[in-house]
Design a binder for this molecule. Sequence first.
Ligand code: NAP
Length: 275
Amino acid sequence: MQRYAIIGHPVSHSDSPRLHHAAFAAANLDCRYEPIDIDPTELREGIASLKASGIAGFNVTIPHKEAILPLLDRVDDTVRAVGAANTVVHRDGILTGHNTDIHGFRALIAPFETAVNGGAVGVLGAGGASRAVLHVLTTSFTARRIVVLNRTTERAEQIAAAFSSPGVPVVPESLFQDDLQGLVGDLDVIINTTSVGMKPYTDASPLEDVKFRKNQIVVDLIYTPAETVLLRGAREAGATVAGGLEMFLQQAAESFRLWTGKELDMRKVWEGMGG
Ligand code: NAP
């Protein structure tokens, strides 16, 4: 039996163990997939012990997607460009990092291509998921401008500098500022990549007192719950909304392909297990 896992802190919110169990069963593979909570202060020891255990591969979630890079033996070109990894393959004693969040986000944002191209796009958050989102937005789309809003302004500044180009300028802003309503009101597309509103803190929103408009698009990467407080407020204001399930399923399909070489319809697997 081959072993797989997801590492994070916390990790209990993740539906990846349920989904990958069902996926391995659907593909007739004798594999196990377990959640492993690793404190950020113990990441180095945690990765060394996973490697020694002979694990076949693992997913990486909050907050380790960037910190794990120096602990891997190799990273692919996409990880180098994004600066974050969410999938690790362990083969012949080598840990190789990949980023399948970009596949997931491409699928999630595809229906809104017209609004993103030429539009003003706001990205909330500056962590690992934000890096995958900015990579896709700046390489596959032509937004007029992108604003990164983050709690820690220095991280917004770093990520904006890493992804900004003359063609698509990326501007850093603080999530805590006097005219948040004015700034968000000017955006055509708003994408939440922070963990604010995720289970178990489902009453929270990264844009607590902000009002949305009818012709805005609001996307939340969070998929637990299916509708966050942020999305509910936007939907009630008449905005178009999308939660993170499509991204979750497509990033999982790509991780599964990297580990097993098999293509699987994760939407079908998800629906088969009752969602
Ligand atoms: P991360 O690297 O830990 O980044 C977390 C981000 O959230 C940072 O920008 C952080 O701001 C911000 N944040 C955390 N707590 C906050 C608070 N109380 N107020 C304001 N901002 C706060 O995590 P990640 O890997 O990017 O993941 C972020 C979220 O995306 C998670 O909810 C994850 O489940 C979701 N996600 C979903 C999918 C999917 O497949 N649907 C894929 C990837 C990620 P600071 O910089 O100030 O700390």
